[in-house]
Design a protein around this ligand. Structure first.
Ligand SMILES: C[S@@+](CC[C@H](N)C(=O)[O-])C[C@H]1O[C@@H](n2cnc3c(N)ncnc32)[C@H](O)[C@@H]1O
Length: 302
C-alpha cells in the first residue's frame, strides 16, 4: 500500500509540481488508521484497473485532468462569485451524459479519497459511526454512489440480511460502483433521483456530495425525508464554496446547509466539518476556502 501511495505522490509531483507539493504535505498527516482504511479499497481499485487493462498511471492522469478542470472553475468562481453551471440540463449535457468526461472525473474522485485529507476525514467519520446504527438497518439506500467507496464499506459493515439499493444518474458511476461491490446484493437503478419511486421506505440513506449537484436541494432533502422510515437515519455530505464542472447549487457557508436540512424536516443528530486547506477558520471565511460538511440526520419529531 505505502509503495503505491509513494508512487502516486511522486508521479503527481513530477507531472504537476505545485499540486504535488500540496499532496505531499497532506501525506504527512496520514496515520496508521489511514493505511488500514484504504489498503483494502486501493487493492480492489488496482485489481479493477488491471481487469480493464489500465494502470495506476491512467488513474493519476484522470486525477490531474480533474484538478485541471477544478483550477479553471476556481478562477471563474473567484471572478464571478458563482458556479459556472446553473441548470441540471447544462451539467447533464456537459458531464453525466459524456462517458469520456465522467470516466476521468470518477477515477479522479477515487484518487481524491486517498489523497485529500478532508475526504479521508469525512470517510473515516462515516465508517466509525455507521456501526452504531447497524442493528437498526434492514434496508439501505445510496443516492449518487459514484465510484462506490461508501457503498463498498457499508456492505462490509452492515449485516448480511440488509437490502441495498443504489440510484445514480450516470452509467459510468453505476458501472464503477458495481465493480467495487458485491453487486449481487445491490439493486442498482440508473436514473435521476427525482424520478425514483418505490413502495418501501428505508432505514438508512447515504447521499455523499449530491446535494450541490441539483437545482433545488430543498426538494431533494424533502424527497429523502419521504423515502425514510419514521425512525430512520440519513447521512449526507456536501461542500461549501467548491467550484467544479458539475456543481450547481452554491452553499456559501455551513449555516446555510444546516438551515436547509431543518427546513426539510430533519434534525441534526451529529455533524462534522472539514476544511479543504490547512488555514485558520478566519482565513477560510475570507478567502472562501471550501468546507466539506457531513451530518447524520433524523426526522424532526412531530
Ligand atoms: C460527486 S459524485 C459523489 C460520489 C460519492 N457519493 C462521494 O461522496 O464521493 C456525485 C454522484 O451523484 C450522481 N448524481 C448527480 N446528480 C444526480 C441525480 N439527480 N440523480 C442521481 N444521481 C445523481 C453523479 O452521477 C455522481 O455519481
Amino acid at each position: 500500500m505505502q509503495e503505491h501511495i509513494n508512487y502516486i505522490v511522486q508521479r503527481i509531483e513530477s507531472l504537476n509540481p505545485l499540486h504535488g507539493k500540496k499532496i505531499k504535505k497532506n501525506m504527512t498527516f496520514f496515520d496508521e488508521a489511514y493505511e488500514i482504511t484504504f489498503s483494502g479499497f486501493l487493492k480492489k481499485y488496482i485489481t479493477y484497473l488491471e481487469t480493464e487493462n489500465k494502470t495506476l498511471d491512467y488513474a493519476i492522469d484522470c486525477y490531474l485532468s480533474m484538478i485541471a478542470d477544478m483550477n479553471v472553475e476556481a478562477v471563474d468562481f473567484f471572478r464571478t462569485g458563482k458556479y459556472s453551471s446553473s441548470t441540471f440540463q447544462e451539467v447533464n449535457d456537459r458531464v453525466y451524459a459524456k462517458p469520456g468526461i465522467m470516466e476521468y472525473y470518477m477515477h479522479g474522485l477515487i484518487m481524491s479519497q486517498f489523497l485529500w485529507k478532508h475526504h479521508y476525514q469525512l470517510f473515516s467519520s462515516y465508517i466509525e459511526q455507521l456501526p452504531n446504527y447497524a442493528s437498526k438497518i434492514g434496508s439501505y439506500l445510496e443516492i449518487g454512489a459514484g465510484h462506490g467507496l461508501y457503498l463498498s464499506r457499508s456492505l462490509e459493515i452492515l449485516n448480511n440480511e440488509t437490502t441495498f439499493v443504489v440510484v445514480d444518474i450516470s452509467p459510468t458511476s453505476i458501472d464503477l460502483a458495481k465493480r467495487f461491490t458485491d453487486s449481487d446484493r445491490v439493486n442498482f437503478h440508473l436514473m435521476d433521483v427525482f424520478d425514483f419511486s418505490i413502495e418501501t421506505k428505508f432505514d438508512f440513506i447515504t447521499m455523499g456530495e449530491v446535494l450541490e449537484h441539483v437545482e433545488e436541494p430543498l426538494k431533494l432533502l424533502t424527497k429523502l425525508n419521504d423515502l425514510l422510515n419514521e425512525d430512520g437515519t440519513v447521512f449526507i455530505t456536501t461542500p461549501t464554496n467548491a467550484p467544479t464542472i458539475d456543481h450547481l447549487y452554491l452553499f456559501n457557508n455551513v449555516t446555510e446547509i444546516q438551515a436547509l436540512i431543518r427546513s426539510a424536516g430533519f434534525e441534526i443528530e451529529s455533524e462534522m466539518s472539514f476544511l479543504s486547506e490547512d488555514v485558520s477558520p478566519e482565513k477560510a471565511e475570507k478567502f472562501k476556502v471550501s468546507t466539506l460538511y457531513g451530518a447524520f440526520l433524523k426526522k424532526t419529531k412531530k
